[in-house]
Design a protein around this ligand. Structure first.
Ligand code: DAK
Length: 261
């Protein structure tokens, strides 16, 4: 299946079932305006529908920024109606990423501020380049994070550190983000994409139904029904062809060939 062509998004897929989506507005540090959000939404939908893609990497064009936030110029012109629409589109996209059955990895290659940090936090894994700066500066604009940052940051780094980042609005660097558990790895910029693609490929070879169930179960961690959900998902996988194939391949000392059935 071929993916749609976008104005502000670049796509690249490889032979390992890994797609790389690059937000391509480098002259504005890849800030999220309505057009970018709408294209991002369409792109995520297209990735979900494409059986040849197992893992998605999201990154930003250029060497300076992942995404420097919502587009402040556009934000400043919002009224009640357009603000509500933007909020609804944005929330839907971030939710679609978090609940995606295919793993989404943020390659945070520079500034990830405001909505950019929130985008990275909605992804399942985060890899930062050494020059990354991650923060939620919304209070400095008279706002609070509006794409889930007040909820996802505490879940990732704990309430105390989240509170400090959100109340001061000050970004943290990549090493601090690693120490706080906000990112999984920090790498030199020149190596980061290659490393991220290898990590994505190592996930891509696993059973896609199991990977999807794992995402769903982990997303429920801390919920009242988290354990029950894990049991139901586990049971469901026991009747899949992938489960027979995975266990059979181990016993027969061969590589599993998963079909996602
Ligand atoms: N929006 C629009 N343009 C931006 C931008 C942004 N967030 N960030 C950078 N740019 C533009 C700059 O205006 C500049 O454009 P030109 O002047 O060249 O035309 C170009 O990108 C390069 O930026 P700088 O010249 O400023 O580059 P520096 O290296 O000097 O500084 C910087 C880099 C990242 C420190 C600086 O650009 C900066 O502070 N940027 C703003 C960062 C920020 O405050 N981001 C958070 C935005 S608030 C919502 C939910 C969530 C949100 C909104 C709504 N709803 C539910 C509706 C989220 C809000 C946010 O993200």
């Amino acid at each position: 299946m071929s993916l749609p062509v976008f104005e502000n998004i670049l796509f690249d897929t490889d032979e390992n079932g890994v797609a790389t989506l690059t937000i391509n507005r480098p002259d504005k540090l890849n800030a999220l305006n309505a057009k970018v959000l709408s294209e991002l939404s369409d792109a995520i939908e297209a990735v979900q529908a494409d059986d040849a893609i197992n893992v998605l990497i999201i990154t930003g064009a250029g060497e300076k920024a992942f995404v420097a936030g919502a587009d402040i110029k556009e934000l400043s012109t919002l009224n009640k109606q357009t603000g509500e629409k933007l909020a609804s589109v944005g929330q839907q996209i971030f939710e679609a990423i978090e609940t995606s059955s295919k793993p989404v990895i943020a390659l945070v290659n520079g500034y990830a501020l405001g909505g950019g940090a929130e985008l990275a936090m909605a992804c399942h894994l985060r890899i930062a380049t050494e020059n990354a700066m991650i923060g939620l500066p919304e209070v400095s604009l008279g706002l609070i994070p509006g794409y889930g940052g007040t909820q996802r940051l505490p879940a990732l780094v704990g309430k105390s550190k989240a509170m400090e980042m959100i109340l001061t609005g000050k970004p943290i660097d990549a090493e601090q983000a690693l120490r706080n558990g906000l990112v999984n790895y920090v790498l030199p910029a020149a190596e980061a994409l290659d490393y991220t693609k290898k990590l994505a490929a190592s996930i891509s070879k696993n059973g896609p139904l199991a990977v999807a169930a794992a995402i769903e179960a982990v997303n429920r961690a801390g919920n009242a029904n988290g354990f029950a959900c894990e049991a139901v998902l586990f049971g469901g996988l026991c009747e899949t062809e992938d489960f027979s194939e995975g266990t059979g391949a181990f016993l027969e000392k061969r590589k599993a060939e998963f079909k996602g059935r």
